[in-house]
Design a protein around this ligand. Structure first.
Ligand SMILES: Cc1ncc(COP(=O)(O)O)c(C=O)c1O
Length: 231
């Protein structure tokens, strides 16, 4: 569906020049190019922090780890998504609770969320699909009332604008506590290989996400908590 070879051919000279620079720099994990990309993406999204990681699935897992949930806690999401959204919930010993989608938008039907909330509900993961943003205003309102964490799965809608009822626009993935995205090659913003990122406006959450994504380390070889290898 996505013509990756055709895309490459149109910007071949730029890509080759940048790849050459990276190979010559010797910085193959993180490094200046990744920091510059994170900075530019933060500006584009108008979000305070962009934390690069290994892929979109890791982004979702790291976000859930940062939310400090206990095994058995419930996470409301949709089944109409890529498997990764639910996979990480199960992997962390949490319980996915599915809410149906709105047949017009294919995203979480916000009218059905409250009926799914129990005393064990801790988090909502709306999934923005096909460049279409879930209706974030009621989701954030429900989350505020029930003290729930909101993690946006933005793997399929980077760059989409969400318009609140008062007409203000925000980029998809920057409205909840944490936004997650994927740079899988065929995504709206794809890379050459696997890649992902987390977004947040909260400095404390950002710090936590960075530590979790780097083996629980703030300083090299000093692990403060159980993290993952998703540098
Ligand atoms: C909605 C959704 N969530 C999560 C992911 C996982 O991203 P990745 O393949 O980079 O791990 C994808 C992409 O495949 C996706 O489409």
């Amino acid at each position: 569906m996505v013509d990756l070879r055709g895309q490459y051919q149109t910007i071949q000279a730029d890509i080759n020049r940048r790849l050459q620079q990276i190979i010559e720099s010797g910085a193959f994990v993180g490094g200046a190019a990744v920091s510059e990309f994170a900075h530019q993406l933060a500006n584009y999204l108008s979000v305070a922090h962009v934390i690069p990681c290994a892929n979109g699935t890791d982004a979702l897992q790291i976000a859930l780890m940062a939310a400090g949930l206990q095994a058995g806690d419930e996470v409301i999401t949709v089944s109409f998504t890529f498997v990764a959204t639910t996979e990480v919930i199960a992997l962390l010993g949490l319980k996915p609770v599915f809410v149906d989608i709105d047949p017009h938008t294919y995203t979480l039907d916000t009218k059905q969320i409250e009926a799914a909330i129990t005393p064990r509900t801790k988090c909502i993961i709306p999934v923005h699909l096909y460049g279409q943003c879930a209706d974030m205003q009621p989701i954030m309102e429900i989350a505020r009332r029930h003290n729930l964490y909101v993690i946006e799965d933005n793997a399929q809608a980077i760059g989409a604008d969400y318009y609140a009822p008062d007409g203000t626009a925000q980029k998809a993935g920057t409205i909840g506590h944490i936004g997650c995205t994927s740079f899988y090659p065929s995504k709206n913003l794809g890379c050459y290989g696997d890649g992902g990122a987390l977004f947040t406006n909260d400095s404390t959450i950002a710090d936590n996400l960075r530590v979790i994504a780097n083996h629980g380390q703030r300083e090299k070889y000093t692990s403060e908590l159980v993290g993952v290898n998703s540098r």
